[in-house]
Design a protein around this ligand. Sequence first.
Ligand SMILES: N[C@@H](CCC(=O)N[C@@H](CS)C(=O)NCC(=O)O)C(=O)O
Length: 216
Amino acid sequence: MEIELISFDLCPFVQRAVIMLREKQIPFAIQYIDLQQPPAWFLEISPTGKVPLLRWNGEVLFESAVICEFLNESYPPSLHPDSALARAKHRAYVEFSSFLLGVQYAASLAKTAEEYTKQRAVLQQELAKLEVHLNEVAHFDGYEFCLVDVAFAPLFMRLALLDQAAPENSLSSLPKMAAWSARLLAMPSVQASVIPEFKARYFSHFKAGGSYFAGA
Ligand SMILES: N[C@@H](CCC(=O)N[C@@H](CS)C(=O)NCC(=O)O)C(=O)O
């Protein structure tokens, strides 16, 4: 069985797939591509031109949430709750995490202090909405690692980097989320889901692009 993840080293969506593969202890290869100049072979097999792509036994899968669901179904035990209702809620929160990643990305791209402050306020507002509903993800009674964790860990890793760079703490007024983030960021599968020099690479990438938070 050949499993290969086509990746970009800073991509949070790729990171979800890596966490999933590591949690399930599935052996895999990873190939990084330059998204600015994607190779022709990649564009030929990728319907969207985006990473991650999972090559699995000669087949190609795209979309990180789908890749995670596929790996979850194919390699038991499942990281989904038993009830259809709980599973539906978890999937909704996975969707919400993708939206939040977009908001966080917009803040990362801001080029001025003013724009950054504005985008951070939007992000904060969205995180506060989530805090209110966090119990629905069922983590605070009978904790079990699940697909919602997989989806949110990359967001928390990036929030921690934004917080380091700016005199702000996005989770200080959100105690449930702060506890959740700390637990996820301490997990070996999460820590091993990025390249060892991730932090430096993240800052230098955004600094080169003129991002305020990275000190450009
Ligand atoms: N919905 C997609 C989003 C993937 C995505 O946006 N990947 C970015 C890198 S983080 C990408 O490949 N961008 C290249 C492009 O848009 O051309 C998923 O969850 O897999």
